[in-house]
Design a protein around this ligand. Structure first.
Ligand code: BG6
Length: 482
C-alpha cells in the first residue's frame, strides 16, 4: 500500500502552555513525527509560549528532551535539529501585556495562523481577549481548545460564550483526542463504506452494544485535577460519548463537519436519562506498591469515582429497545478499549437445544492491537454431530495493512494537521459539548444529592462486582477485559 502524505499549507502555530505536560508529551513530539513524515512544510513555524522566562535555546532543549522521551519512531540528530530550527519561544503573560507585541511581530502574512490553548480553561477567555486586543488573530485564524471543556453545562456554556466574543464557531477546534484515533475513524468507514452492516444496524437485529475503555494506569500525577473530575467528567462525557455517537448515528449525507456533527448531536439529544440503579461507580484499592485512589489523590475522604459503568437507551426509531452499556475505569486488568456490537440470536435454532445459544458480535478494537473482529458461528470440526462453536474472523490492522497501519499518525498529530487544513469534522461543536453535559449533569447531581460513595474495586480487576451485575440482571455479560 502506498503511503500518501499530503503536506499542509505553511503555518504559524503558537502553543500557549508550550512548556506544559500536554505540549511536551503529545503536541510537540506529534509535530516532530509529522515533520519526519514530510507533512510539515519547510516554512512552518512553531512558537512555544508560556509564563517562564526562557531563551529560544533553552526552550529547544526542552523540546529536544520531549522528542527523546516521547518522539518514538527512528530518527537522527539532524532530523531533530531541522525540526528545532522551526521552533522558538516567547514569554507571554495571558493576563498582562508581556510578550504580545513580540508574538504579533512573529506572525507572517499569508500563512495559516493557529493558536493552541494548552492551558487551564480559566485562561481561555484571557487568551482570546489578548489575541483580539493585539490584533494577532485574523478572520481565518484558528484556536484549539483542550478538554475539560467546562465541568458542567453552565460552565461549558460560559466558556462557549467567552470564546464566541472573539471567534466564530468555524474558528474553534475543541479537541477530543479519541476522534483522532485511527480505529475511531474506521468505525465510520466500516459503517458507511460497507453495505453489509447497515441493514442490520438497528434494534431489530442488535441485542445490545458494549463500550469499554479500560486503563491500567491510575491517576498518576494528575490527582488534583482528577479528584475534581472523576471518570464521568474525564472520560464518559467526552470520549465514550463520542464513541457512542459514531456507533449510533444516522448516516450523514456527506463526510463534512456539520453533516457529521448534526447527526452526532441528534444521538446525544435522544439519550435517555440514566436511572440510578443503572449506574455503578467505583474507586480502586491499593495494589502492592501502588497506592489506592484516595492516597493517590491525597484526599482520604474522596468520593470521586475512578470507574463508571452504566446502561442507557437511545429513544429513536433505530435504537428503541437496544441497551447501550458503557464502562471505563483506571487501574483495571488490562489496557483495552473496544466497542462490541452484539447481535441477537437466530429466531429459531434448527440444530435443537443442544446447539446452545450463539450470538454474532462485531468488535471494534481501539487499543491495543487496533482492528475488527467478527464472531461467527460455525460447526465444530470433526465427528460428533452438529456442534456449534463461535470463532472470530479477525482483521488486525497491523497484519492486514502492513507497515502503513503502524505508521498511521497518532490522534494528536492527525488532529493538529486537521486544524491547519481547516477541517473540523473530527472536532466537537459547541452545541454537542453542551448537549453532552445536559445528559451527564443529572447523573453527577444525583450522586451528590444521594451522597453516593463509590464501591471499592481491586486494582487489576474488571471493576466492582455491581458492574458485572448490571448486565447479569439483563441476562447478558460483559466481554472480558484482557
Ligand atoms: C484523557 C483523560 O482525556 O484520556 C485521561 O483525561 C485518560 O484520564 C486518557 O487516561 C486516555 O487516553 P488514551 O488515548 O490513552 O486512551
Amino acid at each position: 500500500m502506498v503511503s500518501r502524505v499530503i503536506p499542509v499549507d505553511p503555518f504559524d502555530l503558537t502553543i500557549f502552555g508550550g512548556t506544559g505536560d500536554l505540549a511536551t508529551r503529545k503536541i510537540l513530539p506529534g509535530l516532530f513525527r509529522r515533520h519526519l513524515s514530510g507533512q510539515m512544510p519547510h516554512e512552518a513555524q512553531i512558537i512555544g509560549a508560556a509564563r517562564s522566562e526562557l531563551s529560544d535555546e533553552e526552550y529547544r532543549d526542552i523540546v529536544r528532551a520531549a522528542i527523546a522521551e516521547f518522539g518514538a519512531i527512528d530518527h537522527s540528530d539532524s532530523d531533530v535539529d531541522e525540526f528545532l530550527s522551526r521552533v522558538s519561544y516567547l514569554h507571554v503573560d495571558a493576563k498582562g501585556s508581556a510578550g504580545w507585541a513580540a508574538l504579533k511581530s512573529k506572525m507572517r502574512d499569508g500563512y495559516v495562523r493557529a493558536f493552541y490553548f494548552s492551558v487551564a480553561p480559566a485562561l481561555f477567555g484571557d487568551l482570546a481577549e489578548r489575541l483580539h486586543e493585539h490584533d494577532i488573530a485574523q478572520r481565518d485564524s484558528r484556536i484549539v481548545v483542550e478538554k475539560p471543556f467546562g465541568k458542567d453545562l453552565e460552565t461549558a456554556r460560559a466558556l462557549n460564550a467567552t470564546l464566541a466574543k472573539h471567534f466564530r464557531e468555524d474558528q474553534i477546534y475543541r479537541i477530543d483526542h479519541y476522534l483522532g484515533k485511527e480505529t475511531v475513524q474506521n468505525l465510520m468507514a466500516v459503517r458507511f463504506g460497507n453495505m453489509l452492516f447497515e441493514p442490520l444496524w438497528n434494534a431489530q437485529f442488535i441485542d445490545h452494544i458494549q463500550i469499554t475503555v479500560a486503563e491500567t494506569v491510575g491517576v498518576g500525577g494528575r490527582g488534583g485535577y482528577y479528584d475534581q473530575s472523576g471518570a464521568m467528567r474525564d472520560m464518559v462525557q467526552n470520549h465514550l460519548m463520542q464513541l457512542l455517537c459514531l456507533i449510533a448515528m444516522e448516516p450523514p449525507s456527506k463526510f463534512d463537519p456539520d453533516a457529521v456533527r448534526d447527526e452526532k448531536l441528534k444521538v446525544i439529544r435522544a439519550l435517555d436519562p440514566v436511572e440510578p440503579h443503572h449506574l455503578v461507580r467505583g474507586q480502586y484499592s491499593a495494589d502492592g506498591e501502588q497506592p489506592d485512589y484516595r492516597s493517590a489523590v491525597d484526599n482520604p475522604r474522596s468520593r470521586t469515582e475512578s470507574f463508571v459503568a452504566l446502561k442507557t437507551h437511545i429513544s429513536n426509531w433505530r435504537w428503541a429497545g437496544t441497551p447501550f452499556y458503557l464502562r471505563t475505569g483506571k487501574r483495571m486488568r488490562a489496557r483495552s478499549s473496544e466497542i462490541a456490537v452484539v447481535f441477537k440470536e437466530t429466531p429459531h435454532s434448527i440444530f435443537g437445544p443442544d446447539a446452545g445459544s450463539h450470538r454474532n458480535a462485531l468488535v471494534i478494537r481501539l487499543q491495543p492491537d487496533e482492528g475488527i473482529t467478527l464472531d461467527v458461528t460455525i460447526k465444530e470440526p470433526g465427528p460428533g454431530g452438529m456442534r456449534l462453536v463461535d470463532v472470530p474472523l479477525d482483521m488486525t490492522f497491523a497484519e492486514a495493512l502492513g507497515p502503513d497501519a503502524e505508521t498511521a499518525p497518532e490522534a494528536y498529530e492527525r488532529l493538529i494537521m486537521d486544524v491547519i487544513r481547516g477541517n473540523q469534522t473530527l472536532f466537537m461543536r459547541g452545541d454537542e459539548v453542551e448537549a453532552a453535559w445536559s445528559w451527564t449533569d443529572p447523573i453527577i447531581q444525583g450522586w451528590e444529592a444521594r451522597n453516593d460513595v463509590p464501591k471499592p474495586y481491586d486494582s487489576g480487576s474488571s471493576g466492582p462486582e455491581d458492574a458485572l451485575m448490571l448486565l447479569h440482571r439483563d441476562g447478558r455479560k460483559w466481554r472480558e477485559i484482557r
